[in-house]
Write a protein that binds this ligand. Structure first.
Ligand code: MTE
Ligand code: MO
Length: 535
């Protein structure tokens, strides 16, 4: 019995691993669903948020320690994808156990039917999960279903053969094929070849899959992508070399969401459904929305899971329709107090009408950097709310339902901050020994970075070295009152190992919180410090 369990599990896992490669190829070449990710998205939705977040945090730590995944978000996605494939393979192992146990109870002539049958049932169940969770598979349903169920049948058949080989049963009537060891070697070899071919071909077809940028780009742009000078182009302060780009290239912008693959929304069939407590419900097309009065602003957005000095923050130009205009159009009823905003991936958040009425900057955004939102960053519509972390601002918006009671959104229900007001932060990007210079007989090393306090603004940034006195850094004019501020401090060079620290003061005089707190539940606080040997 124990042998059957172990054998079934190993065989099931091995065969399934080969299928991962096949599914991957089907996904890349024909837009067929990649079932392991759909399954993971499903499990992530069923399990409490803590479990998933904990698992991902641990994996991210391991991946970063191993030097895999160059940024936190690429490491997080890699962790999720690794977990998704591991989960799928483990389930395949369990299917193997199920099939081996079943076959042990059945007369030999029924084995083929039982194996294929169980494989097909597993395939059909997974197809159901995929239909509910996959938002990116482009292949038509009539192709997806036979593909997935057929792979299930193939797995069942292979496991039936594995069972026969391991128990020295005839494969088909009368003929005894290969012995057990030979069979395992062949199956293992086939799995390995399939996996290598799949991964290799997939990497070729997706250009290595290296969509995520490694480090922040440090080239300072002077114009936006339409060629217009940036609003602070004339500022005399040159950032220290190695300071992050003040205007994040869109392709480098971080991405955080609850799906493994971003949903692809078909513009031709898209409408924004506005329903609930409104006098004028709407079904606007994108063209109708783009024809409405619009506003643009340079905006810095950060994820609440961004650790101190982390990479989950970026600055770009957002364009959209003021939410106040939308309220005027739809006329909320006197009972309406909030909008439940839903994303195509199943994400949701609530936005209070009072907040909209107080702040004309809140907008329904359709463009970044003067181009339609990238798929990964929320095409076709996302919301912007000044001073809040990203978790309050849904992407891929499909519906806005006006409701008469404030509710809790996706991450709030999972224990994260209700208001998600951004914490002030400041970061040292560079201690640029390479660009040290001499003035009046002294050597100076430019130090630079950013400071950000949402829409509250930055009054001052201060740097200290080796616990000395806090020194004023110089500030560049920010791109807008809602973006980070780049700062620079030219430090009188002294050879040795040094500790550099930075802090900021908000426009109203509030100092940055120095107490070190992790990201969950209200976002990280604490000062960034950097140790560096300078020679
Ligand atoms: N539909 C949807 N919107 C979402 C999310 C999501 O998972 N689904 N994640 C939120 C979080 S936690 C953040 S930090 C921002 C990230 O936006 P970005 O991926 O464009 O950087 O999107 C927010 N909006
Ligand atoms: Mo986030």
């Amino acid at each position: 019995m124990r042998g059957r369990l172990v054998g079934g599990f190993l065989m099931g896992a091995m065969v399934t691993l080969g299928m991962v490669a096949l599914l991957y190829l089907g996904g890349v070449m024909a837009g067929l669903p990649f079932i392991p990710f759909d399954l993971f998205d499903f499990v992530a939705r069923v399990l409490p948020g803590d479990v998933i977040t904990f698992g991902i945090d641990r994996m991210v730590g391991v991946l970063l320690a191993l030097g895999l995944g160059s940024t936190l978000d690429s490491a997080a996605k890699l962790a999720e994808q690794g977990m998704a494939i591991a989960l799928f393979v483990v389930l395949g192992g369990l299917l193997g156990v199920g099939i081996f146990v079943l076959l042990a109870r059945l007369p030999r002539p029924r084995h083929t039917l039982a194996g294929i049958g169980m494989g097909m049932v597993a395939g059909a169940l997974l197809m159901g999960v995929s239909l509910a969770f996959n938002r990116s598979a482009a292949a038509p349903i009539w192709l997806q279903i036979p593909w997935v169920v057929g792979i299930g049948a193939g797995v069942g058949m292979m496991l039936r053969n594995a069972y026969a080989a391991m128990h020295n049963l005839p494969q088909s009537d009368g003929v005894t094929v290969i012995d057990r060891r030979e069979f395992i070697i062949q199956l293992g070899g086939a799995t390995a070849v399939l996996t290598l071919v799949g991964v290799g071909l997939g990497a070729l077809l997706t250009g290595g899959g290296s969509e995520e940028a490694g480090e922040f780009s440090t080239e300072q742009p002077t114009t936006d992508s339409a060629g217009n000078p940036l609003p602070n182009a004339g500022d005399p302060l040159t950032p220290a070399q190695g300071t992050r780009a003040e205007y994040t290239p869109v392709r480098e912008h971080y991405r955080i969401d609850i799906v493994t693959v971003p949903p692809v929304v078909d513009e031709a069939r898209y409408t924004l459904k506005i329903s609930g407590e409104v006098a004028n419900p709407q079904n606007w097309t994108l063209d109708e929305i783009r024809a409405m009065p619009s506003q643009s602003a340079f905006i810095t957005m950060s994820c609440i899971s961004n650790p101190i000095a982390g990479r989950l923050i970026g600055t770009t130009k957002w364009t959209g329709v003021p939410m106040q205009y939308i309220l005027d159009q739809v006329q909320p009823t006197p009972d309406a107090v909030a909008i439940r905003i839903g994303g195509d991936d199943g994400f949701d958040e609530f936005l209070a009408l009072d907040l909209i009425r107080q702040d004309e900057r809140i907008m329904l955004c359709y463009a970044w950097d003067d181009a339609p939102l990238p798929v990964r960053n929320g095409f076709p519509l996302r919301v912007h709310i000044p001073d809040r972390y990203g978790m309050k601002q849904p992407k891929w918006i499909t519906g806005m339902q006006f409701v008469n009671e404030m509710g809790e959104g996706y991450w709030v229900r999972r224990g994260w901050s209700k208001e998600a007001i951004v914490n002030a932060t400041s970061v040292i990007d560079t201690v640029s020994v390479e660009t040290a210079y001499t003035r009046a007989g002294r050597q100076y090393v430019p130090i630079g970075g950013m400071a950000w306090a949402g829409a509250r603004g930055i009054r001052a940034v201060q740097v200290r070295v080796d616990n000395g006195d806090w020194q004023e850094a110089r500030l560049r004019a920010p791109l807008s009152e809602r973006t980070w501020v780049l700062w620079r401090y030219d430090w009188a060079f002294e050879q040795g190992n040094h500790t550099f620290e930075v802090r900021c003061i908000e426009a109203d005089g509030t100092p940055q919180t120095e107490r070190r707190v992790g990201t969950r539940p209200d976002g990280a606080t604490g000062l960034h410090s950097l140790e560096k040997a300078v020679r």
